[in-house]
Design a protein around this ligand. Sequence first.
Ligand SMILES: Cc1cc2nc3c(=O)[nH]c(=O)nc-3n(C[C@H](O)[C@H](O)[C@H](O)COP(=O)(O)OP(=O)(O)OC[C@H]3O[C@@H](n4cnc5c(N)ncnc54)[C@H](O)[C@@H]3O)c2cc1C
Length: 378
Amino acid sequence: MKVVICGAGIAGLSLAWWLGKQDWQVLVVEKASWLRDEGYMIDFFGPGYDAAERMGLLPLLQEAAYIVPELVYVDKRGKRVAGLDYELFRRMQSGRLLSLMRGDLERILFEALPGEVEIRYGCTIDSVAQDGDHVEMALSDGSGESANLLVGADGVHSRVRELVFGAEEGFIRHLGLHTAAYIFEDAKVQESLAGNFKMLSVPDRQFGLYAIRGGRIASFFVHRTPDATPDDACGALHRIYGDLGWLAPATLPHCGETCATYYDQVAQVEMLQWSKDRVTLVGDACQAVSLLAGQGASLAMLGALVLAEELGKDRPVEESLAQYEARLQPVIAKKQKEARKFVGWFVPASRWRIAARNVALRVAGLPGMGWVLRGLGT
Ligand SMILES: Cc1cc2nc3c(=O)[nH]c(=O)nc-3n(C[C@H](O)[C@H](O)[C@H](O)COP(=O)(O)OP(=O)(O)OC[C@H]3O[C@@H](n4cnc5c(N)ncnc54)[C@H](O)[C@@H]3O)c2cc1C
């Protein structure tokens, strides 16, 4: 049996790993020219952590993980105003939580792939036609492919979803926020951070910085806006964060300097059906929960695992796809609902809300008060 997977992100690579182990002939096509470093630091726990353990990847992930003792909230002058004790958070997950750069997770999945899995970077799918138990595809490198299954693992703005299910507008729920992240080098900023993960919150905007390996710094932005995604991400960040104070003036000039800037709307994907005949979707393409859920990568790995488990059963592909949806859709709908409730706390819209969150974080640090973090959605 042959499968074509469109997208070599967390979902696509995980699925390629599982199906490769099941002796499927696997071809992955990825529009980026190579693996990317971009993205933010993720709290990796829950079902993705369990899946990684089953894949035997935990030792590699533990090696790549960062020790984050605390998330320190600062004011515009860089003075500490509150802190989120990560140890407490880790204990709430029974120690099964890793702080990982998204790019490191992607690289480890890539390096673990069985040798038979083929990946074509710089390639996408131009057209899809279903023909009985086969899917015929035209690829952007001029080749044609015929497979028993096509899986769209190509993220929130999925091309496969557009080709087979229809325009993006029908499936995306915007949560009224935009997010951005980029990595840069700056000795002075590095010194000011003193090894901490620091975040500045003002109404409708959050700006965070943390040092990562190789003398680099990762930046993280989230703001409330009704706008569409801007064409010029760095220009938008300058406009929105230019007056913020603290380390923003030192950080913004580095935008676009080295690796690309990640910039997107914070959105969820909601679909009644994830599969049509021999085409299905996995990860953000059909189940995006948004960064507010804090589990996008973890749930993408769960999606890949459940899909592979169902495809591994001896029965028609269509039945396996129906079971995959039946098992996963309720889990995702619950996470999406929980994430939506958290919008007001994630990027507080007023000073009193920021103050209330800071008090809640202080209380959560007291013995036996960890449940307060759950109330904040963490
Ligand atoms: C470079 C990068 C940086 C990210 N940074 C952040 C971040 O800072 N904050 C945040 O909240 N989320 C970020 N994300 C999204 C986050 O990784 C996902 O929400 C989560 O990991 C679920 O993964 P996924 O594999 O389903 O989707 P994604 O991680 O989005 O992976 C989809 C993959 O498909 C590829 N692709 C897209 N379109 C096509 C196409 N037409 N043809 C072929 N391939 C295609 C993409 O290049 C990507 O490799 C980032 C994603 C990427 C790719």
